[in-house]
Write a protein that binds this ligand. Structure first.
Ligand code: TYD
Length: 247
């Protein structure tokens, strides 16, 4: 059976069965800078796998569990400028430990395919860009996730300005901290940037570079996919990259 475009329904060249075989029982992470389109690509893979009968569990980091969502709110719904980067790193790692315990490990034990938006690579890139040693992120992660490392991490690479454009932010607004004590409203639903998006353009350029470096020290395979172009083009590239890496 042909693989169909998630957007247009047009037949794509790689087969669903090749993709399903490559990803069966695997843990795949979709990561990259803000605006890279990783969530859209995760959803497209999720849809392609499900339509072929694969049992898929999709999740996102930070969050994905009741406890993780509360930690996520501490991290992202308010101004982070007074938070120490070690505290920030440990909170992301704490949320992740819960996600692994509650969702990822049980799904893998049952032979399901796990697709996750962001994971340890995000901590290497974002908290690395904020000054935390990425090699120490790996040490902490060994403690937090045990043996549950991704079989494959895909970094969707996009130019920082283009990424900002895609999420509807103008570079000159970057760096303007959100209001302290912004109240308890869920700011993800509004047009305001979250605490990480509100950091400067320079910070986000460093994040992009950190993502491009991760494969040098990460303990499991990390590949980069060019995230320029249409959703369908990137999806096709992603499918080819996954089959090449895991097939
Ligand atoms: P989210 O709303 O999930 O954004 P996105 O749709 O871009 O994934 O917000 C997550 C934000 O938290 C994002 O800006 C990246 C950042 N982040 C870190 O700084 N460190 C981490 O370890 C993770 C997982 C995310």
């Amino acid at each position: 059976m042909s693989l169909h475009s998630p957007m247009t329904g047009a037949a794509l060249s790689k087969t669903e069965s090749q993709l399903a075989k490559a990803m069966q029982g695997k843990f795949i992470v979709f990561d990259g800078p803000d605006g890279a389109g990783k969530s859209t690509q995760r959803e497209a893979c999720d849809k392609a796998l499900r339509s072929g009968g694969t049992e898929v569990v999709s999740c996102r980091d930070p969050g994905g569990t009741t406890i993780g969502d509360r930690i996520r709110s501490v991290l992202l719904d308010f101004d982070l400028s007074t938070m120490d980067v070690t505290c920030e790193t440990l909170l992301f790692m704490a949320s992740r430990a819960q996600l692994v315990h509650e969702i990822i490990a049980p799904a893998l034990r049952e032979g399901k395919t796990v697709l996750c938006d962001r994971f340890i690579t995000s901590t290497c890139a974002y908290q690395g860009a904020a000054g935390f040693d990425p090699e120490r992120v790996i040490e902490l992660a060994r403690f937090a996730v045990g043996d549950h490392w991704p079989d494959l991490t895909i970094i969707f690479d996009v130019d920082t300005e283009e990424g900002f454009d895609r999420i509807g932010r103008k570079p000159h607004h970057a760096g303007k901290n959100r209001q302290k004590d912004a109240g308890t409203a869920n700011l993800f639903e509004g047009s305001q940037p979250d605490a990480m998006e509100a950091r400067s353009l320079d910070f986000h350029r460093r994040v992009r570079n950190m993502f491009l470096e991760v494969h040098n020290y990460y303990p499991t395979p990390v590949i980069t996919v060019d995230a320029r172009g249409s959703v369908d083009e990137i999806h096709q590239r992603t499918v080819e990259a996954i089959i090449h890496a895991l097939g």
